[in-house]
Design a protein around this ligand. Sequence first.
Ligand code: MN
Length: 432
Amino acid sequence: MFRFIHTSDLHLDSPLKALRKRNADMADSVGIATRAAFERIVEKAIEARVDALLISGDLYDGTTRDISTGIFLADCVRRLSQADVHTVIILGNHDAQSVVKPPFPTTDLLTVFPAKPATLRFDDAEVAIHGASFRDRQVPDDMTDRYPAPAEGWTNIGMLHTSLGGFSGHDAYAPTTPDRLAGRGYDYWALGHVHKHQIVTEQAAGRPWIIYPGIPQGRDMGETGMGRAILGTVTEPNRIEIEAFEVSPILLERVPVDLSEARSFSDIEEAVPSMAAAIVDAAASDHAIIRPVLSVPSHLIPAVQSRQDALWDLLQTNVQALAGGTAVEKIDCVPAEGPVVAGPTIDAGTLTELLALVQADAASDPDLLAGLKKDFDGLFSKLPRDLRDDERIRTPVTGETAADLPAWLDSVTAGAAAALGADAPEPSDRDM
Ligand SMILES: [Mn+2]
């Protein structure tokens, strides 16, 4: 019976800029947690006596080539090898072949797939694992065409780092679709890249498992919730049973707190003990970083904002008195009556029409197009540095990925139209 663990997007030792700006201690503990999450996965692999540990890209974050990260990985690979677990890696956009990163050790039980799709065969179990690595940070082609045909009569697993963002040329991260994946005739697609845990399709007649395990340890409030990895068991040829297990040492979570009945700031202060209890309840984990989101009457928002630090201190001491491992990241507050809109309102439909007009005009007017790009770049340069450095924001706004302006305009207007349709994905969905 062949067993495997599927994980991805460890982003070991990533620099955690956003969190560090707010709180260096929290950033340090989350930094350690990216390694601790991987150690939990390694321990599970050894304890469950799996045959292979599959890592579907972005094991390394790519922003550092600190050798301590490579030594940590080598230590994990040694422990896995000693337990006869084969570590199987594909490289994603963050740790692509061309990205400087710590080296991988050469050992019998470590396979790092090349950029050209290849197959690793487990003869006794009759299991074939197919995979390919990113050569560069961007792969605009659908790579699945070049994946090997399934080994006949065997159980076939494909490893792929992809945004699943449609067809070739549609986006920069090995775009493909669930239908095209299903068409390859494999039994399980071990995907990476999307940080949210997601079972895209379940195994059924003619359909494989298609799974994003998600990021094992979230790194900021764009990556909340408990991280998971997948334990898969080949129960009979072509038949795989799965089980998700929890791996985040630190849980990141937003907790809504209803203070709509508050009449004054002192009512909010008086509510701190019950707020603290709600936060500790929601943490439901030995170690958690929580951002409470207070919904308060809008006239109290300025008071909460101006006394945010004092409120935060009070809340932290109350939380600490109840649970040692829970930290309050910061306090957000939102108006209880719904968003306050100043001035005349324009509905999303009007803006969508306006957007379509601009897009149509600009398509035939190179000067207008160039002007729009200049305006965008001007706005972009006013963003805080950590946002400018964030690939998730920089790439769509500055159009670094699309050399020609019309393609850039299409992607920007598509993003804006999606946002107006209130259908904008969470940042972590689009991530990396
Ligand atoms: Mn990625």
